[in-house]
Design a protein around this ligand. Structure first.
Ligand SMILES: NC(=O)c1ccc[n+]([C@@H]2O[C@H](COP(=O)([O-])OP(=O)(O)OC[C@H]3O[C@@H](n4cnc5c(N)ncnc54)[C@H](OP(=O)(O)O)[C@@H]3O)[C@@H](O)[C@H]2O)c1
Length: 327
């Protein structure tokens, strides 16, 4: 088998295609042949060492493929098409996963879409259904609304009946965010997004901000919220948020701040199944659009990271794990 690994944290050039012996699945595990692996911002944090991991770092957390072999007690049949999130080492031709972490892919959903939805789609699900359960009458602000997570959050917020304000950096991204369901789009690199969000809500402020841009947007986002509104910080594409004085939350209107992660929202098999069932089901029925920006060969994973970090992508980036040649 082949896997993209990082022996020393650093830039995209540290991604290395290593040849390894294919492991056998242990008890409760499955060996999966990976078709497509999802590229996510968390992979960048793992590569750079912002989120430290043991070395060599087996990159990738998400994908879709076919079960090749199962260990004792794993309730899965070889040949089953499956998808997963939170499985280390998914940038690979093969991955060993706990059978519990694998969800079946609906027959009418292709493996690209399944791989694209597991991490960002389930994130959009918990953010809009659990962290701040959106409903008609709510207004949310979604940063990086044309990103992989962003386009899905926008659609799920719309599905819940909320008014959606998205922020993006370019006009091309604005068009895609609008097409996904944003009622309003703000070019936050051109105008002050907090002023604009207040103007769009007649001075009231939004009920919730979904912010995974981090350093450059967090503090100003507090000014976009209504009194007792919620700041949901779920990532840091622009860099980590600096520590701040909690008194700020008092001064700006008894605000709530939370810093959630997907892992804690698919902590049980039932919760994983329920969220994945919703998200994959909606996509299979054509009720949730999956935007795939590009599919890059596994061996060219560094190019995928460069594009993501350069803000050059709209929607999802995938690695094609069915080939180990670069182009
Ligand atoms: N906590 C969780 O459970 C969880 C789960 C999934 C994802 N996330 C987080 O969600 C965020 C988005 O992840 P993603 O994989 O879907 O990526 P993405 O949104 O497709 O790409 C990142 C986007 O962030 C925006 N951005 C703003 N400033 C940036 C900067 N200085 N450098 C790079 N990008 C910048 C860009 O959009 P514009 O050009 O429009 O500004 C860029 O396209 C990440 O922070 C990730 O860690 C968190």
């Amino acid at each position: 088998m082949h896997a993209i690994r990082v022996h020393e944290p650093g830039g995209p050039e540290r991604l290395q295609l290593d040849e390894l012996s294919t492991p056998a699945p242990g008890p409760g595990q499955a060996l999966v042949r990976v078709d497509f692996a999802g590229v996510n911002y968390i992979d960048v944090y793992h590569r750079t060492g912002l989120y430290p991991l043991p070395r060599p770092i087996a990159l990738g957390r998400e994908g879709a493929g076919v079960v090749e072999a199962v260990g004792a007690g794993a309730a899965l049949v070889p040949g089953t098409r499956v998808a997963w999130t939170s499985v280390a080492g998914s940038y690979a031709t093969h991955v060993i996963a706990p059978a519990e972490q694998l969800v079946p892919v609906p027959d009418t959903l292709d493996s690209r879409a399944a791989a694209a939805l597991m991490l960002q789609g389930l994130t959009a699900h918990y953010l809009t259904r659990s962290t701040f359960p959106l409903a008609a009458g709510h207004t949310c602000l979604v940063h990086a609304a044309a990103g992989g997570a962003g386009l899905l959050i926008v659609q799920l917020a719309r599905r819940a009946g909320a008014t959606v304000i998205g922020t993006v950096s370019t006009e091309a991204k604005a068009a895609r965010a609008r097409a996904a369901g944003c009622h309003h789009v703000i070019r936050y690199t051109e105008v002050d997004f907090a002023d604009e969000a207040r103007r769009l809500t007649d001075g009231r402020g939004v009920d919730v901000v979904y912010d995974a841009v981090g350093r450059t947007t967090f503090l100003r986002g507090l000014d976009a919220l209504r009194p007792r509104g919620m700041m949901v910080l779920f990532g840091q594409a622009s860099g980590p948020v600096e520590p701040f004085d909690l008194q700020l939350l008092n001064r700006k209107g008894s605000l709530f701040v939370t810093r959630p992660t997907l892992f804690d929202h698919v902590a049980t098999r039932d919760e994983l199944r329920a969220r994945a069932g919703d998200v994959l089901g909606w996509a299979a029925r054509g009720e949730l659009a999956v935007t795939i920006d590009r599919v890059v060969p596994l061996a060219a994973a560094a190019d995928a990271h460069r594009a993501l970090e350069a803000r050059a992508t709209i929607g999802k980036v995938l690695l094609d794990a069915t080939t180990t040649t670069a182009a």
